[in-house]
Design a protein around this ligand. Structure first.
Ligand SMILES: Cc1cc2nc3c(=O)[nH]c(=O)nc-3n(C[C@H](O)[C@H](O)[C@H](O)COP(=O)(O)OP(=O)(O)OC[C@H]3O[C@@H](n4cnc5c(N)ncnc54)[C@H](O)[C@@H]3O)c2cc1C
Length: 186
């Protein structure tokens, strides 16, 4: 649960990239809505983003990060995508625990490092952010259930932010621990 941090106009920290709806994190619903997003929010932010885009000069593609303009590497290998999904379902599903999450983090980090397809890398990045965040949250809260940390910890009842750099650092810190499964990158 979470998404790309945006302001009240739906702007992300990358100039020319707006995020709205399920992919974004606005905090608009506070603690009232478990997964933070709703159809109403998607509609409201779609309108705000459209207004914001209409009122400003969009950066030319030359100024946008490469990855946003030209996805490289073609279609992802179907078997590799299947393994990403299987890892997500096995270790980052309804019931999570430290070892399984660590396996998932290592798997996603390895795919991110080694994949030649940009599309596959993007999938691995999304998985890595979710798994590393779930590994770090050593409590159970809402739909995040840790079988090794079953209780809610009141001090952790707050919105948190992370970055890809932080997720990669978690993967790095876990890389010296034993691996249950090799990533098998295609
Ligand atoms: C079970 C369930 C019940 C819900 N009940 C409610 C409710 O009662 N009330 C309420 O307000 N909200 C509810 N929600 C939340 C609401 O459905 C979502 O917040 C809303 O649908 C988000 O809309 P969205 O357009 O941002 O994302 P989505 O509806 O997820 O749309 C994203 C679209 O992008 C497409 N896509 C993904 N990747 C790519 C790609 N690489 N290239 C091209 N296209 C891509 C997907 O196929 C999809 O069509 C519910 C959600 C769920 C899962």
């Amino acid at each position: 649960m979470g998404g790309i941090a945006v302001d009240a106009r739906g702007r992300s920290s990358i100039d020319g990239l707006w995020a709205g709806g399920e992919v974004s994190s606005t905090g608009a619903h506070g603690a009232n809505r478990l997964a933070s997003n709703s159809l109403l929010e998607a509609v409201v932010y779609a309108a705000r983003i459209a207004d914001d885009i209409a009122g400003r000069t969009i950066p030319s593609p030359a100024r946008l990060p490469d990855a946003l303009v030209t996805p490289r590497g073609g279609a992802p290998d179907a078997a590799a995508v299947k393994r990403l999904r299987a890892t997500m379902a096995a270790h980052v599903g309804v019931i999570r625990e430290s070892e399984g999450l660590a396996d998932a983090v290592r798997h996603f980090a390895a795919v991110e490092r080694e994949a030649t397809s940009m599309a596959l890398r993007n999938m691995a990045v999304a998985g890595l952010l979710v798994a590393a965040s779930a590994w770090s949250r050593r409590e159970s809260r809402g739909a995040h259930f840790r079988s090794d940390h079953r209780a809610e910890i009141p001090a952790l009842a707050q919105r948190t932010m992370t970055t890809l750099t932080a997720a990669r650092e978690i993967a790095e810190s876990l890389s010296s621990l034993p691996r249950a499964a090799q990533p098998m990158i295609a």
